[in-house]
Design a protein around this ligand. Structure first.
Ligand code: GDP
Length: 288
């Protein structure tokens, strides 16, 4: 074990019911990541810090790598929200084509929005990979009605998968997303997905403008970081960071790079989701 020396400590944090009982889930579970060599652990847990190393000193300081800075213990604790138990059911709830068909809910809600093909369904599957029975429904075939899909994460929060947008987005779709973003009172945070290989595209700017116009707190998740060289992704991440710093008001300053293939950044993102919905403490502090 590397100098982080945390595997033993964390053994007491990951609930006993989750150790040994769950089928081996590869890097999807924190307990398995902690068995890897330290360098690999860090790359999987804190990909932004790893990408920082590919930028020249001074430039790398522009990345807000520690705005959200949980410890490995915090990340392991937060994972409990994504592990089902008899008292904590995680499941697909319903779908809706109009806001007035959305399930009523008093628990905090978070939504995922992004262009078609940005990797949204793959990301939601990766986030819920410790709950293999959850079916991430996708309706991608042209002509099929696009829906908002609601997933209940116990009493913690509801995750809403919004339909992907693109230059062919039908009018009723824009109206649906717009109405949801504008009127959903329990919407706590919007997760806006951007493809890290190609950076911010025209269609992404439409979603950014919507979030800014409605003064929503949102955060950018950068997908597919395994798909190009680290140098290329680092350059794209820096450009997106500059955009966030200079052209947005409501966007959380720290970017969340992820890969649904390697699970890089997935654990930190789960922790952030749990934190922003008021369900876990980071460094002893809870979001009020
Ligand atoms: P959606 O339309 O936004 O739901 O996108 P999908 O999740 O269906 O992904 C679109 C394509 O990108 C598919 O071919 C996925 O296999 C691929 N993809 C998604 N996430 C990743 C990732 O993290 N890494 C890589 N290499 N490919 C990905």
């Amino acid at each position: 074990m590397g100098p982080l020396g945390l595997s033993t400590t964390l053994a007491g944090i990951v609930p006993r019911r989750l150790v040994g009982l769950r089928a081996y889930s590869g890097p999807a579970a924190v307990s398995n990541v902690l068995r890897l060599p330290e360098r690999q652990q860090k790359g999987l847990m804190f990909p932004l810090q790893e990408l920082e190393r590919y930028l020249v000193p001074g430039v790398s300081a522009k990345l807000h790598v520690r705005t959200f800075d949980p410890s490995l213990e915090d990340i392991a604790r937060a994972e409990v929200a994504f592990c089902p138990s008899p008292n904590h059911r995680i499941d697909y709830l319903s779908s809706a084509v109009r806001l007035d068909h959305a399930p009523s809910s008093s628990s905090p809600e978070i939504c995922f929005i992004g262009r078609s093909n940005v990797g949204k369904s793959s990301l939601i599957k990766a986030l819920f990979s410790l709950v293999p029975e959850v079916e991430v429904r996708v309706s991608k075939k042209p002509g099929h009605t696009k829906k908002m899909n609601f997933f209940k994460v116990g009493k913690y929060f509801t995750l809403v998968d919004m339909p992907g947008y693109g230059f062919k987005a039908p009018k009723d779709f824009v109206e649906m997303v717009e109405a949801y973003l504008k009127e959903r009172t329990n919407l706590t945070r919007t997760f806006l997905l951007v493809d890290s290989v190609v950076g911010i595209q025209k269609a992404d700017r439409i979603a950014i403008e919507m979030c800014e116009e409605y003064a929503l707190p949102y955060v950018m998740v950068l997908t597919k970081i395994d798909k190009a060289s680290k140098g290329h992704i680092a350059k794209q991440v820096l450009q997106i960071q500059e955009f966030v710093d200079t052209q947005t008001q409501g966007c959380f300053p720290q970017l969340f790079p992820v890969s649904s293939v390697t699970y890089s950044g997935i654990h930190l993102l789960r922790c952030f989701m749990t934190y922003v919905t008021g369900n876990c403490k980071i460094n002893g502090r809870q979001l009020s």
